[in-house]
Design a protein around this ligand. Sequence first.
Ligand code: ATP
Ligand code: MG
Length: 296
Amino acid sequence: MGIVESVPVALEVRAVDKIFKGPAGPLPALAGVDLAVPAGEFATLIGPSGCGKSTLFNIIAGLDEPDGGSIALGGRADAARLGRVAYMPQKDLLLPWRTVLDNVILPLEVRGVPRERARREALDLFPEFGLAGFERAYPAALSGGMRQRAAFLRTTLARGGLLLLDEPFGALDALTRARLQEWLLGVWERHRRTTLFITHDVDEAIFLADRIYVMSPRPGRVALARRVPLPRPRDPAVTTAPEFIRLKAELLAVLRGEGPGEAAGVEPDGLDPVAEGLRPRNTPSGMNPPTRVGTR
Ligand SMILES: Nc1ncnc2c1ncn2[C@@H]1O[C@H](COP(=O)(O)OP(=O)(O)OP(=O)(O)O)[C@@H](O)[C@H]1O
Ligand SMILES: [Mg+2]
């Protein structure tokens, strides 16, 4: 079964392959990745370090091309993806010589919005992003969490229905990270922008998401797809719910290479480009990551 007609799908990745030229010959990074994100949903992508998550984001954003397969944005599978996706790369890439305000207006300036108008538009958002009072500061004066919020504010000002966030909280301490997860959920619940979010953290993947994709080690493919059966709005207490604990155990088993189990792949909503990606091909063995996989 393909995509259910009534579900508008913001992103559909089908059978995407990517092979890099490595020093010792071809390096297959992605092998038949299938996933989809319906409009208005929050999806997380989890997988070990080096499995090709950032590579997939670069391809979705149009910064790189796949060697096989296709990407459709808003139902259109044409090649022109650049500028149609709001992408926050793994490194925050704030420009040290620009103030926080002038960093966040970059996507507006690129679009040709005059600088003063762009500044006015962005200033309204500083309180929601916890950056009020730091508009004229330089990035060096911000804490790690503030830098991430500034990079996130900049990303939300970029055009495009789809938000791609590559491990935005990866480098933060546990407390800051937990606070930012709650804050992000609040922002997301107010705006409901379609999001695909990379993480190494299983709890974070479940807490934030409507839908989770687990990738295998390189060459990456989707080893498991699951909907998150938890109501919204969510608060941290949800991490002790039986459904949360069950899902966590299932994800960890797949991340440890214990296989997806017989029922894996059947997406209850029929949105199953994923089902194909669940074939246990290239299934690795002997992989044994901790809860936070591939911590660097
Ligand atoms: N431009 C490139 N040229 C050659 N090899 C590359 C290139 N980009 C990535 N790779 C390789 O492709 C594989 C996947 O890299 P990628 O950065 O996508 O992993 P990742 O899942 O994002 O890892 P992490 O969780 O550590 O960020 C790695 O083996 C990496 O060395
Ligand atoms: Mg990465």
